[in-house]
Design a binder for this molecule. Sequence first.
Ligand code: 13P
Ligand code: SF4
Length: 306
Amino acid sequence: MVLDKAVLKEVQKLKKDCIVLSHNYQIPEIQDAADFTGDSLGLCIEAQKVDKPYIMFAGVDFMAESAAMLNPEKTVIVPDLEAHCPMAAMLPAKTIEKAREEHPDAAVVLYINTRIEARALADVMCTSANAIKIVKALPEKKILFGPDINLTWHVHRHVKDKEIIAVPDTGHCITHGRIFSEEDVKRTRKEHPEAELLIHPECLPAVQMMADYICSTEQMVKRARDSSAEEFIIGTEVGMLYRLEREFPDKKFYPLNEKAVCRTMKMNTWEKFVTQLREKKNVVRIDERIAEKARKSLERMLELSV
Ligand code: 13P
Ligand code: SF4
């Protein structure tokens, strides 16, 4: 998309009192306008450093809510208030309450892709980048983990000495968990035999088993930097390819499946982004009583991540 130069100049002016944080799946124009682009963990860490009154968060609801929780005195705005991650809706708070009753000796570890009411019931949050580390760090031998069944499988594969119970046992990402298949891996491996295959842990176990590396989106950037390989097949949402191509113009990146588009992430258009930078009307509002509890599990994650 060719952008109007006057609008780009206006965006720079509007950013005087506003930090722009963007997830790796956002459209190229938003990634380019951002002060920081990264994965869920990196965005949480970055949100803690903000020294301006406004945060424009281009991602989905649970990410913007994390930024709001970590910055109660700041105003968090988003391009579209309806950008809800469908996986987060798969774990209602009452499911955790029930699981806790059934397993009173278990710690509750929730993936950050979770609604705020559910997060308030967690002992600690995690992201795809630190899930294994967080589960290992806890003293409990029994873990209730949710909502992503595929990430649960990934954690269990690396933490054999703990009982890990999926809550619920059906939660998944409709982009990673339904689109990517073993056939995609066979086809792209054949097309690009020299390429390394990087897979997000939200993918099905059968797909994860075929990966060279399983990593969060930001860990994909690190792997592309550290690896001597010059080509990579990318098993995550297609927005990731722009980030990688921008960072490493001399390396080649191929989508595992070009249909892997997260509709929710792509609700954030350039037009909505600019409008909200101007008007600042789409404010993320969270119930402070719930946020107080949810903040604790998020802060515990950040403590255990260092
Ligand atoms: P990352 O934290 O790895 O960027 O993943 C976020 C996400 O929603 C993946 O679908
Ligand atoms: Fe949610 Fe999947 Fe979209 Fe990530 S890619 S925001 S998990 S629906």
